[in-house]
Design a protein around this ligand. Structure first.
Ligand SMILES: *Cc1c(COP(=O)(O)O)cnc(C)c1O
Length: 358
C-alpha cells in the first residue's frame, strides 16, 4: 500500500514511473540478471522475447508440451510454428532425449522455450548443452518458478532470455503482469522500444516499426515491489506444504509426487500428485471428493500437443510409443498449495485424498 500510495501521491498513474524502474532493479538483484523489462503479462514477455531472438514468419520454435498455453501462444503471434517436446518422468519437465530427437528432424529452430513446471527447475544442464551444440538460444519460461534455485543460481537466470509472470495465480502477483530478464543490453533496449509502441526518438510521434502497448503500470509495479518483500516467506511455506503432503502420502503406494530435479530446490508453487497406473480412483474422483468440502483442486495442465488448436503441430517423445506428458496429465492432480494453508488444512486435504485412493 505504501508503494501504491507513493504512485498516487506523485501522480505517476501511468505505465511508467518510479515503481516500474525500482521493481525492475529489485528483480534484477534478486534473480541475478543485468536487465529487466516490466511488462503487462508473462505472455507479452514471451512474445517480445521471441521477437528479440529473431523469431519470424515460418520459423520453428520448440516448446515444452506440458505447460500452460501462455508459453506457446506467442509463437503463433509471430506467425512461427510451435513444435512440442515431451517431458521425462524424473522432472516432469522437458526431456533432453526428446529434445535431441526434435533437433534430428528440425536442426534449425529459432529458439527453444524451456518451462520450469510447477516451480521445479527443468534439467537445464542437459538442455543447455544440447541447445549450445546447435547454437539455438533458450527462452526460459520461469513464470511458475520465481524463488526456485538451481545449482546455486536463481530460476530466471538460465535462458538467453527468461520471463516471469505476476498473474493473480502466481507465487507473487501484480494482479496481472510479467517481466523479461536478460544480460543482453541490445535485446533489453529493443523489447522496451517495442513494448512502448516502437516510438522513435523524434520530437513528434514517429514510427518505423510495429509496436505494442505492453508496459506494466506504475500502480501494479508498486504491488510487485511489496510482493517481492514477502517472496522468500512464501517460498519457504510452499516448500513446507509440499513436504507435509509428501509425509502424509508416504505410506500410500498408489500416490507418487514429482521430485526435485537434481540440483534444484523448487519453490513448489503447486504440489502435484500422480496416481499409480493401477489405481482405481481417477484425478477427477479426487477433485470431486474435495469439492464436497468446498476445497478446490485442479487437473494438471493439459499438454499442448493434446490441445485441438495445436493438433497440426509436431510432437517429439523420447520413445515414439510413449507419451510421457499425456500419461502424467491423465494421472495427476494439483492439490491446494496456498502459502496461507495451516498444517491442519494440508493434513485434512491429504486425509480426504488418502481415503479416496485406498
Ligand atoms: C502463467 C504462465 C504464463 C503466462 O503468464 P501470464 O502473465 O498469465 O501471461 C506462461 N507460462 C507459464 C508456464 C505460466 O504458468
Amino acid at each position: 500500500m505504501k508503494y501504491i500510495k507513493e504512485a498516487f501521491d506523485t501522480n505517476w498513474v501511468a505505465p511508467l514511473g518510479a515503481n516500474v524502474t525500482a521493481f525492475e532493479n529489485e528483480m534484477c538483484d534478486y534473480v541475478g540478471r543485468k536487465y529487466a523489462v516490466a511488462l503487462s503479462s508473462g505472455t507479452a514477455a514471451i512474445h517480445l522475447g521471441l521477437k528479440a531472438l529473431g523469431v519470424g514468419s515460418g520459423d520453428y520454435v520448440f516448446c515444452s508440451s506440458f505447460t500452460f498455453a501462455g508459453s506457446c501462444n506467442p509463437i503463433t503471434y509471430l506467425d512461427a510454428k510451435p513444435v512440442f517436446i515431451d517431458s521425462d518422468y524424473e522432472t516432469y519437465n522437458m526431456c533432453p532425449e526428446a529434445l535431441k530427437k526434435a533437433f534430428k528432424k528440425i536442426p534449425k529452430p529459432k529458439a527453444v522455450i524451456v518451462v520450469n513446471l510447477y516451480g521445479n527447475q527443468a534439467n537445464l544442464v542437459a538442455l543447455q548443452k544440447i541447445c549450445r551444440e546447435h547454437k539455438v538460444p533458450i527462452l526460459e519460461d520461469a513464470a511458475e518458478s520465481l524463488g526456485t534455485t538451481y545449482n546455486g543460481k536463481q530460476s530466471g537466470s538460465f535462458g538467453e532470455i527468461s520471463i516471469l509472470s505476476f498473474n493473480g495465480n502466481k507465487i507473487i502477483t501484480t494482479s496481472g503482469g510479467g517481466m523479461l530478464l536478460t544480460d543482453n543490453k541490445d535485446w533489453r533496449d529493443k523489447v522496451l522500444f517495442w513494448a512502448t509502441q516502437s516510438r522513435e526518438d523524434f520530437p513528434w510521434y514517429q514510427h518505423e516499426e510495429i509496436g505494442y502497448n505492453y508496459r506494466l503500470s506504475n500502480i501494479c509495479a508498486g504491488i510487485g515491489r511489496g510482493q517481492l518483500e514477502v517472496l522468500d516467506e512464501r517460498v519457504k511455506r510452499k516448500r513446507q506444504v509440499y513436504e507435509l503432503y509428501k509425509k502424509e502420502f508416504a505410506k500410500n503406494n498408489k500416490i507418487s509426487m514429482c521430485n526435485a530435479t537434481v540440483g534444484s530446490n523448487p519453490n513448489w508453487w503447486l504440489t502435484l500428485i500422480t496416481l499409480d497406473k493401477d489405481c482405481k480412483a481417477t484425478f477427477m474422483d479426487i477433485i470431486t471428493a474435495l469439492a464436497e468440502y468446498n476445497i478446490e483442486a485442479r487437473p494438471a495442465w493439459k499438454p499442448m500437443h493434446m490441445q485441438p488448436v495445436f493438433k497440426e503441430c509436431e510432437y517429439f517423445c523420447k520413445d515414439t510409443k510413449r507419451d510421457v506428458s499425456g500419461d502424467l496429465f491423465g494421472r495427476s492432480v494439483c492439490l491446494p498449495s496456498d502459502s496461507k494453508m495451516s498444517d491442519e488444512d494440508v493434513i485434512f486435504v491429504a486425509s480426504i485424498v488418502n481415503n479416496i485412493v485406498s
